[in-house]
Design a protein around this ligand. Structure first.
Ligand code: 5MM
Length: 341
């Protein structure tokens, strides 16, 4: 495979393919395993992820790359094969989450700043040797307008950190996924999400330019424009698509390598329907695909339940969600295809 950043980025958003976000930190995967009654140990996390990476139908047809957590990129399958080699054998690209998580931003209650820049140059060199060809850094922007959240300081600090991370990645030969996630957890309406997302993306691209990041060697991992979960409103796919594309046309340069959405707490089918609606109103200046964690993994997690006997069923559940999102990335999904499963 080409080692040029723009070629790696293009492969990550190849037609009908998207990313599997399997980079849950130990705390997050424990929460997921708690739901299915599985104890979270190094071996159970390995078994679960091995099940996904060996799901050949999903991996070879629909998945362009996998975002890994530090533990996973070092792990071997039960038979001793490095998990990274299983991913590569399927034709997908291994990637790595390199941020150290969102921490409270001093002086700004309710805002967070994502940490992890110290020592990043050295860590990226190590991850490159382990096979990673792209990385991910997630900034978290919450919305609580009554409390002045997010502050301009939070948006600015997070954008600056994303730009410094992206420049270091490119120096190391690694494509940076820049993920400025405006959370959908609040009580805000869809237009507030649009305004906050606009401020965030505007600042992000200002900082990326200033840091001399080559945009064609980057992937944007954004939220869709949606009403907050506590607003009691569900935005229709048509409204999500129209407002999300309007936002991107105003803020996201056509030069970037592509866009791969997070699912952010949408249901599996909502995340698919919204991605489909976005692509159905194309053509657009960028490829728009998925980089889903929860919306790809909830169904296989439930089907697996920690039992070896359920591996085939879990892999089938993963293949189905990946297939649906493959169709959505092409703007060819239809609700009736969900029932056909
Ligand atoms: C898979 O979850 C990722 C890691 O989360 P933590 O660091 O909090 O454990 C997360 O960054 C994920 O890659 C994105 O938010 C997209 O995942 P969703 O579930 O929103 O599609």
């Amino acid at each position: 495979m080409s080692e040029r950043l723009e070629d790696i980025a293009a492969a990550m958003v190849a037609d009908g393919k998207g990313l599997l976000a399997a980079d849950e930190s130990s705390g997050t995967i424990k929460k997921r395993f708690d739901v299915i009654g599985v104890e979270s140990t190094a071996d159970s996390r390995r078994d679960y992820r091995e099940m996904m990476f060996r799901a050949s139908e999903a991996m070879t047809k629909y998945i362009s790359g996998v975002i890994l957590y530090d533990e996973t990129i070092h792990q071997k399958a039960a038979d001793g094969t490095p998990l990274v080699d299983i991913i590569k054998a399927s034709g997908a690209i291994p990637g790595i989450k390199v941020d150290a998580g969102a921490k409270p931003l001093a002086g700004f209650p309710g805002d967070t700043i994502t940490e992890g820049l110290d020592g990043l140059r050295e860590r990226l060199a190590d991850y490159y040797k382990l096979g990673a060809r792209f990385a991910k850094w997630r900034a978290v922007i919450d919305i609580d307008v009554s409390k002045g959240v997010p502050s301009a300081t939070s948006i600015g600090s997070n954008a600056h950190a994303l730009a410094r991370y992206a420049a270091l990645c490119q120096e190391a030969g690694i494509v940076p996924i820049v993920e400025p996630e405006v959370l959908m957890d609040g009580a805000h309406d869809i237009d507030t999400c649009y305004e906050i997302s606009k401020a965030t993306l505007t600042k992000l691209y200002t900082e990326l330019y200033a840091a001399r990041v080559a945009l064609e060697g980057t992937i944007l991992k954004p939220n869709m424009v949606l009403a907050g979960k506590k607003s009691g409103k569900v935005s229709s796919p048509g409204e999500v698509a129209e407002k999300t594309i309007k936002l991107f046309r105003e803020t996201v340069p056509a030069a970037i390598g592509g866009i791969a959405f997070l699912s952010g707490g949408q249901s599996d089918e909502e995340a698919t329907a919204n991605l489909n609606a976005i692509n159905a109103i194309g053509p657009h200046p960028w490829k728009l695909t998925f980089s889903y964690g929860r919306a790809l993994q909830a169904a296989p997690q439930k089907a697996w339940g920690g039992k070896a006997a359920n591996v085939a069923a879990a892999q089938a559940a993963f293949a189905h969600r990946a297939h649906m999102n493959h169709l959505a990335a092409l703007g060819q999904w239809q609700p009736k295809l969900e029932q056909a499963a």
